[in-house]
Design a protein around this ligand. Structure first.
Ligand code: PEP
Length: 252
């Protein structure tokens, strides 16, 4: 498990053959030049997880992730997918609390607390997302907004902190082409680290990823910041060359 991570959130894109092709292109590029010390995570739609996990099997530093999981363990929840099912399909990571799920599916802190519990029970590594809206940033309440969103992780027992990943994704930067500046991102990442470290020593080493219009042109400046440990990448993760270039953007 590396503390530098670049994760691709494919969202609801790619049919089966497109997903296999994209993963294959990414693996070819990674084979051409290894990226030591960086975990690369591919998070396709649920239905492609086992196929992508099969392609990644036996490779060092590449993992499959899911984009969500149910807050329930099992049972009569039509259409839901459990964390345990994702683990058995080959997922090792799960993105939780993405702003699209908070906004479009009304996910709240109570539900996200349960999803985190399910993820840890299934031995999945959660990538827990947080990030303020434009109104919150303009109104100066961005730190408070992020602190509130982090309540489900701040309450976790200390032993889970070694598996936790945080993604800071300002909503105004997601899919907009407007990236947080390296200084803005660093300021929030340092705040998150300090906030989570206040009563738990383990929190100091948590990977905190930046997400929001991160691409192969701006990743290096972002990843050069001391508290930015990688990226959660949306649009640019659908282009193999850009995505792998982002994964190569850490300072040497
Ligand atoms: C995301 O949705 O997690 C994301 C970061 O998207 P984009 O990179 O397209 O802004």
């Amino acid at each position: 498990m590396n503390s530098k991570i670049v994760a691709g959130n494919w969202k609801m894109n790619c049919d089966r053959s497109e997903a296999a092709r994209l993963a294959g292109e990414i693996l070819d590029l990674l084979d051409a030049q290894d990226i030591p010390g960086v975990d690369v995570v591919l998070a396709p739609p649920y239905v492609h997880i086992s196929e992508i996990a099969g392609l990644l099997e036996g490779r060092r530093g590449t993992f499959t992730g899911a984009q969500n999981c149910s807050m329930h363990q099992k049972g009569a929840y039509t259409g839901e997918i459990s964390a345990q099912m994702l683990k058995s399909a080959g997922a090792r990571y799960v993105i939780l609390g993405h702003s699209e799920r908070r906004r479009d599916f009304h996910e709240n802190n109570g539900q996200l607390t349960q999803k985190l519990e399910r993820a840890f029970e299934a031995d999945l590594r959660p990538i827990f997302c947080c990030g303020e809206s434009l109104d919150e940033r303009d109104g100066g309440s961005h730190f408070d907004a992020v602190k509130t969103q982090l309540e489900p992780v701040a309450g976790l027992p200390a032993e889970f902190f070694s598996k936790l990943v945080i993604a800071y994704e300002p909503v105004w930067a997601i899919g907009t082409g407007r990236t947080a500046t390296p200084d803005q991102a660093q300021e929030m990442h340092a705040f998150i680290r300090k906030h989570l470290s206040s009563d738990k020593d383990h929190a100091a080493g948590i990977p905190i990823l930046y997400g929001g219009s991160c691409n192969d042109s701006n990743a290096a400046a972002l990843f050069a910041q001391p508290d930015i440990n990688g990226g959660l990448i949306g649009g640019a993760s659908l282009k193999a060359g850009s995505f792998v270039q982002i994964a190569r953007s850490f300072p040497s």
